[in-house]
Ligand binder design. Structure first.
Ligand code: NAP
Length: 298
């Protein structure tokens, strides 16, 4: 049986790209071009893929990007010195330091060294604080902001909804609830954040009008954990061994898609749901940073 309840992240991301491209064209008429610096430390294969995708998208939309690849042995001081150089470069409006970083480097120190106005990933404590305060002048992290945009553009009712988020990371789960609980349009949700110490997690899930899975456990969310007719958003990207697949593995989400889709009212495919939105929000944040630098937007 085929179902027509998909939330098409690719299509929505394309619409955001079209809006972003218009803003880039408007900047160009003033002789300005948004610039984004990528910093990758080490040779993590997934990071290489992610940064490569982001670079190609910059090229497609007309954002100038520069790539800095540093060896795994780079010291924290060396990395911070590079970030300070990028902070001072007026051609660069955004700086993205790709996680994960090697263990000897403290990610929190790195993220707080990026100037908040160039922190298009939204990880600087000032941007984290603004998000919590409901101050839209900061940058929200791209993945939860992408999920929020996906809900809004799919006309999902957020106001008053019971939202359950699985996973409390600083890059997905925590900012996700901060976005949805604000006393603001497209928010006003009642939020529950579950994690590995949550009791009766499935019971929480079953009352969710909107269930957002971001825990990094392959196909964790089963059909009997989903409220019939509820909206299910799958953030997870997990490798599972598959001898028949190219490379010996395939990627699956945190939701058992085949079994959950018939129960859910709406659901994101994976791939093709949250992933493209993360990229779209990164591009949009970068253009906004360029506009802010040009004194055009708050
Ligand atoms: P993370 O930092 O590893 O955090 C995982 C969270 O899930 C933690 O809060 C952990 O609880 C919780 N958790 C893990 N296993 C659990 C279980 N069995 N029951 C309940 N809670 C559990 O992960 P992340 O960086 O937020 O990423 C989450 C997933 O999203 C990953 O698959 C990642 O690849 C994916 N992701 C996708 C995108 C995208 O653009 N599509 C972007 C970012 C991340 P504790 O805090 O108690 O340990």
């Amino acid at each position: 049986m085929s179902w027509n309840n998909l939330i098409d992240g690719r299509a929505i991301a394309e619409r955001i790209h079209a809006e972003t491209a218009q803003r880039i064209a408007a900047l160009e008429t003033r002789g300005l071009k948004p610039g984004l610096a990528f910093v990758r430390v080490g040779e993590d294969p997934a990071s290489k893929v992610y940064v490569g995708m982001k670079e190609r998208l910059c090229a497609r939309l007309g954002i100038a990007s520069v790539m800095h690849v540093l060896p795994e042995t780079t010291t924290q001081a060396e990395l911070l010195a590079l970030i300070e150089k990028l902070n001072a470069d007026p051609q660069l409006h955004g700086i993205l330091v790709q996680a994960p970083l090697p263990r000897h480097i403290r990610a929190a120190t790195v993220f707080s060294t990026v100037r908040p106005e160039k922190d298009v990933d939204g990880f600087h404590p000032i941007n984290v604080g603004k998000l919590m305060l409901g101050d839209a002048s900061g940058f929200a992290p791209c993945t939860p902001a992408g999920v929020h945009e996906l809900l809004i553009r799919s006309q999902v009712a957020i106001q008053g909804a019971e939202v359950v988020v699985l996973g409390r990371s600083n890059i997905v789960g925590k900012p996700m609830i901060a976005l949805l609980l604000q006393k603001a349009p497209h928010a006003n949700a009642t939020v529950t954040l579950c994690h590995s110490q949550t009791r009766d997690l499935a019971t929480h899930c079953r009352r969710a009008d909107i269930l957002i899975a971001a825990l990094g456990v392959a196909e964790f969310v089963k059909a009997d954990m989903v409220k019939p007719g509820g909206v299910v958003i799958d953030v997870g990207v997990n490798r599972v061994n598959d001898p028949d697949a190219k490379g010996g593995y395939r990627l699956v989400g945190d939701v058992d898609f085949a079994r959950v889709q018939p129960v859910a009212g709406r659901i994101t495919p994976n791939p093709g749901g949250v992933g493209p939105m993360t990229l779209a929000l990164l591009m949009r944040n970068t253009v906004r940073a360029a506009e802010m630098a040009a004194g055009q937007r708050a």
